[in-house]
Design a protein around this ligand. Structure first.
Ligand code: ZDP
Length: 281
């Protein structure tokens, strides 16, 4: 039997599994997809596995599998959830912070006294080979690129927070933004697919976004996406750090002064349970 705890960060929800005892994942990608199903499973945007740290300089490693069974390198809301899960399990921390190994490198969540989690998300990357995208040569960045797909034409800025993000600043959200988001996610110019964000700038320090997530579809929030959006807004002169990024599920506080990106927001335990993975094939 498998013990799990369900958490969410602004409605972006995850099944968390303590997988520190063994190197193999306790669930297959197909089982993850089945568990994430909202009618026939537990229901979640992804599963987060807490793995043993790769070396003593880390407290744990994080692996995230999206609700479609694909693997992501990083997950901002998930890091906040994982930090609270580690605290619940009594895992020792140094001055309220954990050092996590992720597909995006070292990420450091701090447990705030008020119950929120502030995460040092590492440095953003913008080179085409780091996104990855074939829109421009490998060592160039995609900033205000004249992107066109069918009858959608809009400048595009791409930022990696370990995982790929395509950011479109718009005056108003396209009416069919979900269909559009899905088509952009799968545009062959993004060989690893991409997360997609449509962003309205309210003022220098306030942004509102709609999120289409790679491998999960429309979600209520995306932590790495909120970070990528502020970086894109600063790079294109549209906003300044610090900013409040409003997602459908609520606000995240994002800072970027040119080095690592900071993200502050809530995470909430929903319930814990036990299931037999074999019931999900
Ligand atoms: O990059 C991807 O495939 C995303 N679906 C991963 C999850 C990102 C997330 N929404 C976040 O908060 O950063 C969980």
């Amino acid at each position: 039997m498998l013990n799990f705890v369900k958490y969410h960060g602004l409605g972006n929800d995850f099944i968390l599994v303590d997988n520190r005892d063994q190197p193999q994942l306790l669930l297959t990608p197909a089982q993850v997809a089945a568990l994430c199903h909202r009618h026939t499973g537990v229901g979640a945007d992804g599963v987060i596995f807490m793995m043993a740290p790769p070396d003593p300089s880390y407290d744990a490693a994080m692996i995230i599998i999206n609700s479609d069974g694909s693997t992501a390198q990083m997950c901002g809301n998930g890091v906040r959830c994982l930090a609270l899960f580690m605290q619940k399990l009594g895992i020792a921390h140094q001055q309220g912070a954990y050092r996590l190994h992720t597909g995006a490198g070292l990420v450091i969540p701090h447990l705030d006294p008020e119950g929120t989690v502030t995460v040092d998300m590492g440095a953003p990357r913008t080179l085409a080979q780091q996104i990855p995208t074939t829109l421009v040569p490998a060592d160039e960045s995609v900033i205000e690129y004249p992107y066109t797909l069918g009858d959608f034409s809009n400048p595009l800025t791409c930022v990696s927070m370990g995982n790929p993000h395509a950011v479109f600043f718009v005056k108003t959200w396209p009416s069919a933004w979900q269909t559009l988001g899905q088509r952009i996610e799968q545009d062959p110019c993004f060989p690893e697919r991409t997360n997609v964000h449509f962003v309205v700038v309210d003022d220098d320090h306030t942004l509102r976004i709609k999120v289409w997530e790679r491998g999960a579809g429309a979600t209520l929030a995306c932590g790495t996406g909120a970070c990528a959006v502020l970086v894109a807004a600063v790079l294109t002169g549209r906003a300044k750090s610090p900013a409040t990024v409003w997602l459908p599920g609520g606000p995240l506080r994002i800072t970027w002064q040119g080095e690592t990106v900071g993200m502050q927001g809530p995470a909430t335990e929903v319930y814990s349970g036990t299931l037999n993975p074999l019931d999900f094939f």
